[in-house]
Write a protein that binds this ligand. Structure first.
Ligand SMILES: [Zn+2]
Length: 492
C-alpha cells in the first residue's frame, strides 16, 4: 500500500459519519487479524491519526478545572468579553508578606483587599510580558522533570484559585473541551464540576443555581450543540476537608434538584491523607440514601502505589465506578469480586505516570483488568495539566499493550455503557457508537483495499486536528514527526 493511499484514507476517516457500510468481516477473529496486520503497516504518526478518528465513546473521569490547558486559562482570564468582565492579578515575585506560590491568581476585588506589601508581588494578568505569559502558562502544567505529585496536589490548584470560581470561564472551558472531543470523535463527557463557590465580578457569591445556569445556557448554545458531544456533570467532594457531613447534605440536595445535568457524585483528593479514608463516609452516605432516590457514585480509590483496602471500602459505600484503582491487584479478594462484575475501573494512564503512581506503563494493572474481565475504560483525569488528550491515552494503551480491534471496541463501549447518563439517552448514544464503530472498520478496510467508496469524501483535516499535545511528542517523538505538511507539534 503506497504512502499516498494510506494518507488519503486516514484523512478520509474524519468523514466516517457520512459513510455507511456493513461490517466486512464475517467473524471477530477475522476483524482482529485484519486490523492487526493493517496497523502494522502504519507509521506511528498514522497510527495516532487512526486512533484520533476511532470512535471513542466517552470520557468518564474528567475534572473540568483540570482539563484546561495553560494557554486556555491565560486566554480566558484576560478576555473580558469571554470571562464575564472579570479582571485578574497573578503573583510574579517571591514575597516576604505571604506564602502563596508564584502565579497564584486572584480577582481584582481580592487584590484590592491585600496589603501594600502583598499587592506589590502581583501584576495584572493582561499586563504580563511575553516571558511572564509563558511562565504563567507552564505554571499550571506538570511539564518539568522535577515536578510530580507534590507540585500537582499542593500548588497547581492553589495557583488557579479564583479562576476556577468564575462560571463564565468554566462555561468556556467546557465548550473548548467539547470542541476538542468532537475532533477526537468522542460523543460523551461526564465531567466533575462544582458551582457552590462561584463568585461574581464584584467578589460576591454567585448563587449555585444561577452559576449552573450560566454553564447550562452555554450547553444549550448553537456552538455547543454543533459539537455533537453530550455532557453531564458529577459533583465532587474533596475527601479530606472539614464538615463532610454538611457538605454531603448540600451536595445530595443540589444533585437531587438538578438531575437533568448532575448524574453522580465523586470523592476526590489524595488518599494518603488519613482524613480521607472511605469508611469515614459510610454513616453520612447511608443516612442520605434514606432521604433521596438513588444518586450514583463514582469515587476515586486505589490511586496509590501501596496496598490498602480503599477500593473495597469504597464499593461498600455504594460506588459503582472506581477512579484509578491502580492498587486493585494488591487486594486479591476485591480484584476477584470485580472480575465479571458490574463495577468499572476508570483508567488514567497518563495521570498515573505523571503523578508517579507507576514508574512505567509495564507496571500498570490496566492490561490485567482489561483481559481478566474487570470492566475498564480510558479517561483523561486532569489532561490540561499534563497537556494531553484522550487520543494520547488510546495511543499509549494501543502501542504498549498490543490492543486488538475487539479490545478497542470494548474500551469505547464501556465508556458509554458504564456512564451515569439517563437510560434513554445512553441507549441512543450506544446505538450511534456501535454504528460508528462498524462504519469505521468498514471504511478503513475498504480504503486499505484501495477501493474508495463513492460516498466517502477525502478532505484535508483542519489545522486544529493536526495539533499534537506536548505529552505525546515527548512520549513518542515519531508521532509528531509527521510526513505531511502539518508540522505544528505544540499548541504553545
Ligand atoms: Zn481524578
Amino acid at each position: 500500500m503506497s504512502f499516498v493511499v494510506r494518507t488519503l484514507f486516514i484523512l478520509s476517516l474524519s468523514f466516517v459519519g457520512l459513510y455507511s457500510a456493513a461490517n466486512p468481516f464475517p467473524t471477530e477473529e477475522d476483524a482482529n487479524n485484519w486490523f492487526k496486520q493493517y496497523t502494522q503497516s502504519l507509521t506511528d504518526s498514522q497510527t495516532y491519526q487512526l486512533l484520533k478518528q476511532f470512535p471513542k465513546g466517552g470520557d468518564l473521569h474528567h475534572h473540568l478545572s483540570g482539563s484546561a490547558y495553560g494557554k486556555w486559562w491565560y486566554e480566558l482570564a484576560t478576555n473580558q468579553a469571554l470571562n464575564g468582565g472579570y479582571q485578574y492579578f497573578t503573583k510574579i515575585n517571591h514575597s516576604e508578606c505571604d506564602s502563596a506560590p508564584l502565579f497564584h491568581t486572584i480577582s481584582n476585588t481580592t487584590h484590592s483587599k491585600l496589603t501594600k506589601c502583598e499587592q506589590k508581588q502581583y501584576k495584572a494578568l493582561n499586563a504580563l510580558s511575553n516571558k511572564e505569559q509563558e511562565a504563567f502558562i507552564h505554571s499550571v502544567e506538570l511539564d518539568k522533570p522535577e515536578e510530580g505529585r507534590e507540585e500537582f496536589f499542593e500548588f497547581h490548584w492553589q495557583r488557579l484559585s479564583e479562576l476556577t470560581q468564575n462560571p463564565y470561564i468554566t462555561a468556556q472551558v467546557l465548550l473548548r473541551n467539547m470542541q476538542l472531543y468532537q475532533q477526537e470523535n468522542v460523543r460523551y463527557l461526564e465531567t466533575q464540576m462544582n458551582v457552590r463557590l462561584m463568585n461574581r465580578a464584584d467578589g460576591s457569591r454567585f448563587p449555585p443555581a444561577e452559576a449552573l445556569k450560566v454553564i447550562t445556557d452555554m450547553l444549550d448554545s448553537e456552538a455547543a450543540k454543533a459539537t455533537g458531544v453530550t455532557v453531564r456533570f458529577q459533583y465532587a467532594l474533596v475527601r479530606f476537608t472539614d464538615n463532610i457531613e454538611a457538605q454531603l447534605d448540600w451536595i445530595f440536595k443540589f444533585v437531587d434538584a438538578n438531575r437533568k445535568w448532575y448524574v453522580g457524585i465523586n470523592l476526590v483528593g489524595r488518599e494518603d491523607d488519613p482524613r480521607g479514608q472511605p469508611t469515614r463516609f459510610l454513616a453520612p452516605i447511608t443516612k442520605l440514601r434514606a432521604q433521596y432516590p438513588a444518586i450514583r457514585l463514582s469515587f476515586h480509590a486505589g490511586e496509590s502505589e501501596h496496598a490498602d483496602t480503599n477500593i473495597r471500602d469504597t464499593l461498600l459505600l455504594g460506588a459503582e465506578r472506581i477512579g484509578h484503582g491502580i492498587n486493585l491487584l494488591k487486594d486479591p479478594s476485591t480484584y476477584l469480586l470485580m472480575r465479571h462484575n458490574r463495577y468499572l475501573i476508570e483508567t488514567n494512564l497518563i495521570s498515573n505516570l505523571k503523578l508517579e503512581y507507576i514508574d512505567d506503563l509495564s507496571a500498570h494493572p490496566f492490561p490485567q483488568l482489561l483481559r481478566t474481565g474487570v470492566p475498564t475504560a480510558l479517561s483523561t483525569d486532569d489532561r490540561g495539566m499534563w497537556d494531553a488528550t484522550l487520543t494520547d491515552e488510546y495511543y499509549l494503551a494501543f502501542t504498549q499493550f498490543n490492543i486488538s480491534w475487539s479490545e478497542l471496541v470494548t474500551l469505547s463501549q464501556n465508556s458509554i455503557k458504564y456512564s451515569f447518563l439517563q437510560d434513554e439517552k445512553k441507549e441512543q448514544l450506544l446505538t450511534e457508537l456501535n454504528r460508528d464503530l462498524t462504519q469505521f472498520l468498514a471504511l478503513i478496510a475498504e480504503s486499505a483495499n484501495q477501493i474508495p467508496s463513492a460516498n466517502s469524501k477525502v478532505q484535508p483535516l483542519n489545522s486544529n486536528v493536526e495539533r499534537y499535545s506536548d505529552f505525546i511528542c515527548e512520549f513518542a517523538a515519531s508521532v509528531c514527526a509527521n510526513e505531511g505538511n502539518n508540522k505544528e507539534t505544540t499548541r504553545k
